[in-house]
Design a protein around this ligand. Structure first.
Ligand code: NAP
Length: 384
């Protein structure tokens, strides 16, 4: 028995050493990009989560990020090759790196600062691009460049995480069940216990700060229009009267692209933990924004702990209506948003590597259909 235990330990040690020895800094890029995936922002909370599941999807990524030390430490841990790469004033080098890859999974945010330099380089290098952004102004800017992506023969698909894969798929599903839908309403029910740990990663909070420091918008009659306050309504949810607060979810752009439905409203069940009214005022001041980012970087946990990822679930309810008064509703239950994101991003990456891509700005349900979300472990859907 002792001998077996010893032998198992030796094998484990050899495997770990072999894995670590497998991590090397890439100085020359692969000559043929086919099948190669670069994960940029790999040592962030979500980058790590995605990287750790990559092998389950048959993907052997190369890791990248701006901090060489943090990147090497994580690459050594997981055994993948890596490339330190800054996004600041570095266009030529980013192009040179991307030329070696068929797909870049861009996992570094806030995307307010990171999306454009990566897309600028992807256009020149001919590399497909996916990211996790939920920042509305970023997605609007990405959508505006659709023709450039078509000309370059690349696909740009933002928001391949919790925001927006399940919601886009559910919206697309209900919109397809009635004629000429004119309104989509999506309700998100995710009241987590704070005792289980953080609900969001630092990167998500900092991206939220970027969004809240800009005008609030809503999709109405085909246009994105500014509003002063988020709408608050009362509606029956799961047989109970609940107060719902409108949230700036990216579906207002992505589900509009996927479905063409002109009015889209996303609500969250009010839980008493809503953002204070003075927060947007503070965030529209540069010093206020900097102060909050500093607090997040120094005092907030990196993200939900693994136990919370395993335990939490989210309920989504989407309803499509039309001018005739027809309506269709469906419910989706999803795993915890970050755990879902790790899987959904890799599922989309695999589709692209399989040749299922279309040049231009694309959305998850628009390109892959409503059932894409059902491929994510733990996701279920039922008609209401
Ligand atoms: N849509 C969704 O459902 C969803 C889910 C998960 C995450 N996200 C988004 O994904 C992004 C990353 O989230 P996270 O949880 O991984 O956050 P995180 O733990 O804070 O990691 C952020 C990563 O981005 C890098 N980064 C930040 N600014 C950069 C810049 N200017 N240049 C190069 N690298 C930069 C960071 O590198 P340093 O450490 O060197 O700063 C780090 O690697 C956020 O925008 C978040 O909102 C969205």
């Amino acid at each position: 028995m002792k001998l077996m235990l010893f032998a198992t330990r030796v094998v484990a040690l050899v495997l770990i050493t072999w894995q670590a020895a497998g991590a090397a800094e890439l100085t020359e890029m692969p000559a043929n990009p086919k099948g190669n995936v670069l994960i940029y922002g790999a040592y962030g909370y979500s980058g790590k989560g995605i990287t750790r599941f990559a092998a389950d999807y048959g993907i052997t990524p190369v890791l990248a990020g701006r901090n060489a030390e943090k990147l090497k430490a994580f690459a050594d841990e997981v055994g993948y090759d890596y490339i330190p790469l800054s996004l600041d004033d570095n266009h030529e080098r980013i192009v040179e790196v991307l030329r070696g890859f068929e797909l870049v999974m861009h996992i570094a945010g806030p995307y307010t600062f990171t999306s454009k330099p990566m897309i600028d380089a992807a256009l020149v290098a001919g590399t497909h691009y996916v990211d996790l952004t939920g920042e509305l102004h970023v997605i609007e800017a990405q959508l505006a460049r659709h023709e450039e992506y078509v000309k370059a023969g690349i696909m740009v698909m933002p928001a391949v995480g919790f925001d927006v894969v399940p919601t886009d798929c559910l919206n697309y599903y209900v919109a397809g069940r009635i004629d000429n839908p004119t309104t989509l309403q999506l309700i998100m029910n995710n009241e987590y216990s704070s005792a289980e740990g953080a609900a969001a990663s630092r990167g998500t909070i900092k991206s939220g700060i970027e969004m809240l420091s800009r005008p609030l918008k809503t999709r109405q009659d085909g246009q994105m229009i500014e509003m002063t306050q988020p709408k608050v309504i009362t509606q029956e949810v799961n047989g109970e009267e609940r107060s719902l607060v409108q949230i700036p979810w990216a579906d207002m752009i992505t589900s509009w692209v996927s479905t063409g439905v002109p009015t889209i409203e996303i609500y969250q069940i009010a839980s008493g933990g809503e953002l204070p009214g003075w927060l947007p005022w503070l965030l529209r001041r540069e010093w206020g924004k900097n102060l909050l980012v500093w607090l997040v970087d120094n005092f907030f946990p990196e993200g939900p702990p693994p136990e919370a990822q395993e335990k939490r679930q989210t309920q989504l309810i989407a309803t499509a209506t039309n001018k005739r008064g027809d309506s269709a509703s469906a419910e989706m239950i999803t795993p915890e948003p970050y755990l879902l994101t790790f899987h959904s991003a890799l599922i989309v990456a695999n589709r692209i590597l399989d040749g299922q891509w279309e040049a231009g700005f694309q959305t998850p349900a628009g390109l892959y259909g409503a059932d894409l979300a059902l491929e994510i472990p733990g996701v279920t859907r039922r008609d209401l």
